[in-house]
Ligand binder design. Structure first.
Ligand SMILES: [Fe+2]
Length: 549
C-alpha cells in the first residue's frame, strides 16, 4: 500500500516497500539471499564514504558491523539510529550517513558518532536535522575507515493530524535455539509498516528448549557480559537484522530479559540455575544489556522506564506497559496445585485478592488516564501478558502466569475504562506461545461487559504450547486438541491456534481495525514462507471482533 504524503512538503507519493525491495535497497543478508538485494549487498560502499571531510585521528579503522543496524521510534525530524562495532577494544568515532535515496547519492547529513566500551561498543544516536520534515523516507548506514554497515531505512513520524492508515506489527518470544527466524524474514518484507513492537522475551536468560534446530551455548545469563552475549547471539541472525533494517522498532520487556517469572526485585523461577550474584544486581544487568542492544532512547529522569505512549497520527495511539518492574506482588501463591508444562492449573483464590498489581498504582493510573484521554480513533495497548481468562471445564483458572493471576487489577482497569465510556481500545499480547483472539471484558470472561478485542500473537520462534507438551512426553496432536477445545469453556474466545508461530499485523483506518495473524509454515525449515493464518476486523464503535477468514 503506497501512501500519499500529507506533510505539505516534498513529493506527493511515497514509494512502497515493494518498490524499494525491487530496487535492491535494504542490504541485509537474509533479504539479500532471496531478493535482488544480493547485488546491492555486493556493491555497497566499503568504509569511509566518498566526499567525506578529512578523517579525524580517532576514526575507528577496523571492526565489523556484525549485528547490523536498527532504528527506533521516529520523530518529526529524525529517529534514533543504532549499531554495534565488533572487534575493537577502545573508544573511537565512526561515520553515520543519512540520505534521501537508497544509493546514498542525496545525502542529508554525514556526521561522526562516538563508540565507547562502556556501552559494549553499541551506538545510539538520536539523529535529527532541520532539513527533514514529517513523513520522509530516509536511508542510513555507519562506516569505519575500512568497513560499511548494511543500510537501514526509516521514515520520520507523521504529523499529529495525519489521517493516513497506520500499520503496526506486534510479536513476542524469540527463543534463538527453538527455531529459525523465518517469521522475521516475512516481517522484513511486509509493506508500509510504521512500527514493529516487540512485547516481551526478546531474549531468554536460559537456554532451555531442547531439540531445536540451533544451539544456544550460553546456559544461564546473570552477569552483565552474559546478558550482552545473549543479545549478540540473537542479533547475529540475518533475518532479525533484516527486520530491524526494514522497520522502526520499539520494545518492552517481559520476564526472560532478566529471569523467568520475576516481579520487581523478587526472584522468580531459577529453572535449576544456581544464583551467582544478588538478584537486584542481576536485574540491573539484564536491564542494562536490553537498553544497550536495542534502538531505545532512555527517559532522562527515569532511565529504566519502558512504559510509554506512541502517537501515530490522528487515528492510532499505542500504549506499552511494563508488567515486571513495578509489580509489588509476585506470582500468586498457588502452592499444591499441579502443573503441566507451561500451563499452571488452578484453583488459585489469591489471584483475585484486592490490591494485587502487575502495573503498580502509578503506571495503572497513567495507563487508564492515558487511554481515556487519548484523542486517537484507536487505542492499541501492548501488554506482554494475555488479558483474557482461560478456564477449564471445572472452572479452574488455567493460566495464572498471565493476567489471570492478577484478576483484581485486570478487572478494575476494565471496569474503569468501560465506566468512562472509552471506545475503540484493542489489546495486543503474547507470552503464552499460542494464538488467541477474543473479547476482553470487565470480568475477563463472557459474563462481563465487553471493553475491546484482544489479539494474542503466538511466539515468533519459541516453542508453542503443543511443542512444549511434546518435550514433556505428551504427543503434540493431543496437546493441540486440548488447547483448541478451550473455547468450549471460554466463549469469549473466537480463535485459537496452538501449533503455529508468527506475529500480528494491525492496520488502522478511521472505520476499521484489521488484524492479520501472519505465520511461517515452519520455523525448522529455514526457507519457509509466511502466510496469513487468520484475519479479523473490528468496526469503529463496536468492541466485538469479527473473524473475517
Ligand atoms: Fe516467552
Amino acid at each position: 500500500m503506497a501512501r500519499a504524503q500529507d506533510t505539505g512538503r516534498g513529493p506527493a507519493r511515497l514509494r512502497s516497500r515493494r518498490d524499494l525491495l525491487a530496487e535492491g535497497v535494504l542490504a541485509a543478508g537474509a533479504l539479500a539471499a532471496t531478493t535482488p538485494l544480493a547485488s546491492a549487498e555486493r556493491s555497497r560502499t566499503r568504509g569511509l564514504p566518498k566526499r567525506s571531510p578529512a578523517a579525524p585521528r580517532d576514526l575507528v579503522s577496523h571492526g565489523r558491523f556484525g549485528l547490523g543496524v536498527a532504528s527506533g521510534l521516529p520523530q518529526l525530524d529524525g529517529a534514533p539510529l543504532w549499531t554495534r562495532v565488533d572487534g575493537i577494544d577502545r573508544r573511537g568515532r565512526i561515520w553515520l550517513e543519512v540520505a534521501r535515496s537508497p544509493d546514498f547519492r542525496h545525502v542529508v547529513d554525514r556526521r561522526l558518532v562516538e563508540v565507547r566500551p562502556e556501552t559494549d561498543f553499541t551506538v545510539h544516536h538520536l539523529f535529527d536535522s532541520d532539513a527533514l520534515g514529517p513523513g520522509e523516507e530516509l536511508y542510513y548506514r555507519f562506516a569505519t575507515r575500512h568497513e560499511s554497515s548494511p543500510a537501514g531505512r526509516f521514515r520520520t513520524s507523521r504529523p499529529p493530524d495525519s489521517r493516513e492508515p497506520v500499520r503496526v506489527a506486534f510479536w513476542s518470544c524469540q527463543s534463538y535455539q527453538s527455531g529459525y527466524y523465518t517469521a522475521h524474514r516475512g516481517l522484513a518484507h511486509e509493506k508500509d509498516v510504521d512500527l514493529v513492537c516487540a512485547i516481551g522475551d526478546y531474549i531468554y536468560e536460559k537456554s532451555g528448549d531442547k531439540d531445536g534446530p540451533r544451539t544456544d551455548p550460553l546456559p544461564n545469563a546473570q552477569l552483565l557480559d552474559e546478558y550482552r552475549a545473549k543479545y549478540r547471539l540473537y542479533k547475529s541472525d540475518r533475518n532479525l537484522q533484516a527486520m530491524h533494517a526494514a522497520h522502526p522498532f520499539v520494545a518492552i520487556w517481559d520476564d526472560h530479559e532478566v529471569e523467568s517469572s520475576y516481579y520487581n526485585e523478587t526472584e522468580g523461577n531459577r529453572q535449576g540455575a544456581t544464583p551467582r550474584i544478588p538478584f537486584p544486581k542481576r536485574r540491573e544487568n539484564g536491564y542494562r544489556a536490553f537498553f544497550e542492544h536495542l534502538p531505545l532512547i532512555r527517559f532522562r529522569h527515569n532511565r529504566d522506564r519502558i512504559y510509554r505512549r506512541i502517537p501515530l497520527g490522528r487515528h492510532a495511539e499505542i500504549f506499552l506497559t511494563d508488567l515486571h518492574q513495578y509489580s509489588p506482588s509476585a506470582s500468586p501463591d498457588c502452592s499444591g496445585t499441579p502443573s503441566a508444562g507451561p500451563i499452571l492449573l488452578g484453583p488459585c483464590p489469591n489471584a483475585t485478592a484486592p490490591g494485587r498489581s502487575l502495573l503498580g498504582a502509578n503506571q495503572r493510573r497513567w495507563l487508564e488516564d492515558g487511554i481515556a484521554g487519548s484523542s486517537a480513533t484507536w487505542k492499541l495497548w501492548g501488554t506482554s501478558m494475555m488479558l483474557m481468562a482461560l478456564d477449564s471445564a471445572n472452572h479452574w483458572t488455567l493460566d495464572i502466569g498471565e493476567w489471570s493471576g492478577w484478576e483484581w487489577e485486570r478487572n478494575l482497569l476494565a471496569e474503569n475504562l468501560h465506566r468512562r465510556g472509552v471506545k475503540n481500545i484493542a489489546s495486543f499480547s503474547g507470552d503464552i506461545h499460542t494464538y488467541f483472539a477474543g473479547t476482553w471484558t470487565t470480568t475477563g470472561r463472557s459474563d462481563g461487559k465487553p471493553v475491546g478485542p484482544e489479539f494474542v500473537a503466538g511466539s515468533i520462534s519459541s516453542y508453542t504450547i503443543a511443542e512444549n507438551f511434546k518435550q514433556n512426553g505428551v504427543p503434540e496432536a493431543e496437546a493441540a486438541l486440548l488447547v483448541e477445545r478451550l473455547p468450549e469453556n471460554n466463549p469469549h474466545l473466537a480463535y485459537v491456534n496452538s501449533t503455529r508461530h508468527g506475529y500480528a499485523l494491525a492496520t488502522v483506518t478511521p472505520e476499521e481495525l484489521r488484524v492479520d495473524f501472519r505465520s511461517p509454515t515452519s520455523t525448522r525449515d529455514p526457507n519457509a514462507r509466511v502466510e496469513t493464518l487468520a484475519r479479523f476486523s473490528v468496526e469503529n464503535g463496536n468492541p466485538v471482533l469479527k473473524v473475517v477468514s
